[in-house]
Design a protein around this ligand. Structure first.
Ligand code: 13P
Length: 281
């Protein structure tokens, strides 16, 4: 089936008590890996391309890859821009066929974040494309727990932001971070509870990698709609490559090398889907 706007997937997740996997992809094999795992676990999927990877992957190539994969897959798939940096970048992805975009101006002041997010929402919605924005700061996981905790999202401000902008999903800062953690993450579950109860749109958690499974399951049970995972999947892919490349100093058929990365990543994805579907009905 054709790519779908992610708002449709998040609505289904809320109805059926699961969390949609938003998995980062940047080439054919990583896209095939996440889609194969989605198909095997019967789960809708958001493929997303990190803004800084667009220079490598090309928005047009990724849209073509996602579109074709989606037509060969029985579960619904959305393709979104991850951490889009500007209105122009979001529009470029939309024009190339993405069915969702994230506009992340969480580092700008509140007014600019509202203003630019509204511009993206207006343009995206008129084309049937979903929009995610971010409030609060989700930083690098190599930071200390204190540093990660400093940028947490204020639930009252988040409620106003969602109402003012009309976004389809809001990424929040509650103690997770991007990449591998220097210290065990400390998730502020009461803050998440409050966000879930007063923000009138689906809640997204970033930094799904290296977050303990128990914490992920707890957030899923509380009702987060979308979990972003990047590093764990890339690590899975790289581990697959490392294993096969270290098995022989001689030339190895490149197809076998790429398949080894893809197969290793599929296993990581299947594990994540298990967590995200824990309470699915
Ligand atoms: P991780 O790389 O920590 O999984 O974070 C990915 C992410 O949040 C993408 O937006």
């Amino acid at each position: 089936m054709p790519l779908v706007p992610f708002a449709d997937l998040l609505a289904d997740a809320l109805k059926h008590h699961y969390t949609v996997a938003a998995f980062n992809v940047l080439n054919l094999e990583t896209a095939q890996a996440v889609a194969e795992a989605a198909e095997r676990s019967g789960s809708p999927l958001i493929m997303q391309v990190f803004h800084a990877h667009l220079a490598h992957s090309g928005a047009d190539f990724m849209a073509a890859i996602a579109e074709i994969i989606s037509r060969h897959t029985s579960v619904p798939i959305s393709l979104s821009l991850d951490h889009g940096r500007s209105y122009e970048q979001a529009m470029m992805c939309i024009e190339n066929g993405f069915s969702g975009v994230m506009i992340d101006l969480s580092s700008s002041d509140y007014e600019k974040n509202v203003e630019e997010t509204k511009r993206v929402v207006s343009a995206a919605h008129s084309r049937g494309v979903s929009v995610e924005a971010e409030l609060g700061k989700v930083i690098d996981a190599s930071s200390s727990v204190e540093e990660i905790g400093r940028g947490m999202t204020d639930p009252e401000v988040a409620a106003s932001f969602a109402a003012e902008t009309g976004i389809d999903a809001l990424a929040v800062s509650i103690g997770t971070a991007h990449g591998f953690y220097a210290d065990k993450p400390q998730i502020d579950f009461p803050r998440l509870e409050k966000l879930l109860s007063i923000v009138d749109c689906p809640i997204v958690v970033h930094g799904g990698s290296d977050t303990p499974d128990d914490d992920v399951i707890r957030m899923v049970g509380m009702g987060i709609s979308k979990l972003n995972v990047g590093t764990d999947l890339m690590m899975g892919y790289e581990n697959g490559l490392r294993r096969i490349l270290s098995s022989s100093p001689d030339f190895i058929d490149l197809q076998k090398v790429l398949e080894a990365g893809r197969d290793a990543e599929i296993e990581v994805c299947l594990h994540k889907f298990g967590l995200l579907n824990k309470f699915r009905i």
